[in-house]
Ligand binder design. Structure first.
Ligand SMILES: [Zn+2]
Ligand SMILES: [Zn+2]
Length: 429
């Protein structure tokens, strides 16, 4: 039996409300015990001064395979996830072809097993071929292992289809994850509509393009009783709508991307396409509202919306370059630097949004260090200062808006199903 003893770390497990220094024993692929002594026959990982957390989960990742392997593959994307401290990710179905069939779900599962880096949970399409007209075979997709449904990359534009999806999904108790964007309001916008877009003379995407659909989706969730999850929430209006809906008991959850609580539309003054994504970077008022939403629990999960694009695509003029940025390898450092250090969230509060909350939304058996749970563990050096460098990315793409930035906090050890997938030096004190 393979035994790993994680010694003397600050073990934080929000699923059990635990935060204390102790030892954790892994046997084979499970958490075997807490508070144990060394017996001498185990591999010891000294976690003194470090945080021992349930393996991090990113519920919003684009792996690009099949169809856009020049941007990312399941192999490189999951390697990037592990490098960032993630042990589980959920991948979006806007591939070519899209993940709207059992065979497509099985293909992802097969490639993820071959890559053998981290767990990959499949989000399948809401609509057939992602065309937004007919519902995909949701029941069959659930049978194949799909954990949720989304037409991400595009909104579920048709309100009747969204209503049907929410209603139908109640049967499986699976959420619909929607990308809220009223396309008639976005038109050819490339950045947030505001003073900066006006000054730069760039077509804008108004905050209402998101707010209007968030409001529609909440109404439909309320009417149907279906489970709704709002993706990449980026506006003060959406945060407020979700907050009020939750108070009424609507089954809605929300996520925020790491770039939306750290950057504003001011970044577009560089005309650098690494600041171009959807929804766009907003003004400071919206950033503050997203942080407030995280603090008061309106927003449940922190995600990356990891969206790799090959360098030659992102090198095009700003209006031609595709939307999206990578995020798996910078997420943890951004959370520590921008949420924990300034005192917006404490460690348990931040980890909850990267472990048990996304696990609960997707109803996956992850995000906990309970005895008997899968041995998915992330050990974090909370003090390590490091610089984001393109040459260090395991992702196939380098379209990060954070290159060159100094961040605090990094995963030093990542254990997936009892296997040590990453060991990184701890900063010397
Ligand atoms: Zn999206
Ligand atoms: Zn996305």
């Amino acid at each position: 039996m393979a035994r790993i003893l994680i010694d003397n770390g600050r073990v934080i497990d929000p699923s059990q409300g635990v935060d204390r220094v102790t030892n954790l024993l892994v046997e084979d692929d499970k958490i075997a015990a807490w508070d144990v002594e060394r017996t001498g026959d185990e591999t010891v990982i000294d976690a003194s001064g470090q945080i021992v957390a349930p393996g991090l989960i990113d519920m919003h990742v684009h792996l690009r395979e099949p169809g856009s392997e020049e941007d990312e593959t399941i192999q490189t994307g999951t390697a990037a996830a592990v490098a960032g401290g993630f042990t589980s990710i959920a991948c979006m179905p806007n591939t070519v072809p899209p993940i709207d069939s059992q065979a497509a779900v099985e293909f992802i599962q097969h490639q993820a097993a071959r890559a053998n880096n981290c767990h990959v949970f499949v989000v399948a399409c809401v609509s057939k071929d992602r065309e937004g007209t007919d519902l995909a075979e949701l029941g069959q997709l659930v049978q194949a292992g799909a954990v949720a449904f989304s037409d991400d990359g595009s909104p579920v534009h048709n309100a009747e289809l969204m209503r049907q999806a929410l209603e139908y999904c109640r049967m499986f108790d699976r959420p619909i994850l929607n990308h809220a964007e009223v396309l008639e309001l976005t038109r050819d916008g490339v950045m947030h509509e505001g003073i900066v877009s006006l000054v730069l003379g760039l077509p804008g995407i108004p905050a209402e393009a998101e707010d209007v659909m968030t409001s529609r989706d909440i109404s439909l969730a309320e009417a149907t009783g279906g489970k709704l999850h709002m993706m990449h929430v980026s506006t003060a209006g959406s945060v407020d709508l979700i907050r009020r809906a939750k108070k009424r008991g609507v089954r809605v959850t929300g996520e925020v991307c790491t770039h939306h609580f750290t950057l504003t539309d001011e970044c577009l003054r560089t005309f650098n396409s690494h600041f171009k994504m959807k929804p766009p970077l907003r003004g400071q008022r919206h950033v503050d509202a997203c942080i407030e939403g995280l603090v008061d629990g309106t927003l449940d999960a922190i995600v990356t919306d990891h969206a790799p694009h090959a360098a030659e695509k992102k090198l095009r003029e700003l209006d031609q370059a595709p939307f999206g940025v990578i995020g798996l390898e910078t997420a943890l450092g951004l959370v520590v630097t921008h949420l924990i250090r300034p005192g917006h969230l404490d460690w348990p509060g931040a980890l909850e949004k990267m472990t048990i909350n996304p696990a609960r939304i997707l109803k996956i058996n992850k995000g906990t260090l309970r005895v008997g749970a899968d041995a998915d563990i992330t050990i974090i050096d909370p003090e390590q200062t490091w610089t984001v460098r393109q040459s260090d990315f395991r992702s196939k793409s380098i379209n990060s808006p954070f290159t060159g930035q100094e961040l605090i906090g990094r995963a030093t050890c990542v254990i997936v199903g009892g296997d040590i997938k990453l060991r990184r030096e701890m900063a010397t004190a």
